[in-house]
Design a protein around this ligand. Structure first.
Ligand code: 5GP
Length: 192
């Protein structure tokens, strides 16, 4: 039985859209919300913590989890695997917790198929040019990875109309405010 209080907010955006900053801010403002920590085979960035940002696991471990049906959904891109762990989501739902996801567009649509009550929020960059600049400035990827991320961003922008909400991140403060309004609206919705 799904607890009536349980809510799922799924954030997607092309890499470099400011999604991570917005998600972190939301988690700070709502300390009772929990983040769905995904598993990935990509290398840990310096600022990231294992078990907090991701569960950093080997490709072999990831494939075993696929075989065991441990993922709600998983995707492979940039040669790395990323997946949402079913047990974490189901535990949060049964506890009536609000869960925040940060996944790619296809992952978001897959989560909605499994959990139709999930709210999908797309964070859009002001323009593709600005997105490229942000990614270059961030300087966390090799040239090859950067090129792949830009190509992927262009593809992801094509999915935004399948989301429940689209927030354009022209100004970060404004975008955070809009996201907060969406969350408040969804939290206050009458359960059907
Ligand atoms: P990054 O390597 O920058 O942390 O993430 C790359 C992409 O993978 C981002 O679009 C991020 O939202 C997405 N991602 C992270 N975790 C998952 C997941 O569990 N499933 C899917 N489908 N995408 C994910």
């Amino acid at each position: 039985m799904v607890s009536k209080k349980a809510k799922l907010f799924v954030f997607s955006a092309p890499s470099g859209s400011g999604k991570t900053t917005i998600v972190r801010e939301i988690l700070k403002q709502y300390p009772e919300f929990v983040f769905s920590v995904s598993a990935t085979t990509r290398k840990r960035r310096n600022i990231e913590k294992d078990g907090v940002d991701y569960f950093f696991i080997t490709e072999e471990e990831f494939k075993t989890k696929i075989e065991n049906g441990e993922f709600v959904e998983w995707e492979k891109f940039y040669d790395y695997y990323y997946g949402t762990l079913k047990k974490i989501v189901d535990d949060n739902i049964s506890k009536g917790l609000v869960t925040i996801f940060e996944v790619d567009v296809k992952g978001a649509l897959s989560i909605k198929k499994v959990y139709p009550f999930a709210t999908l929020i797309f964070i859009a960059p002001p323009s593709i040019e600005e997105l490229k600049e942000r990614l270059i400035k961030r300087n966390t990827e090799s040239d090859e990875d950067l090129k792949k991320r830009i190509e992927r961003a262009e593809m992801e922008l094509g999915f935004q109309n399948q989301f429940d909400y689209v927030v354009k991140n022209i100004n970060l403060e404004q975008a955070k405010k809009e996201v907060k309004e969406i969350i408040e609206k969804e939290l206050n919705k009458e359960e059907k």
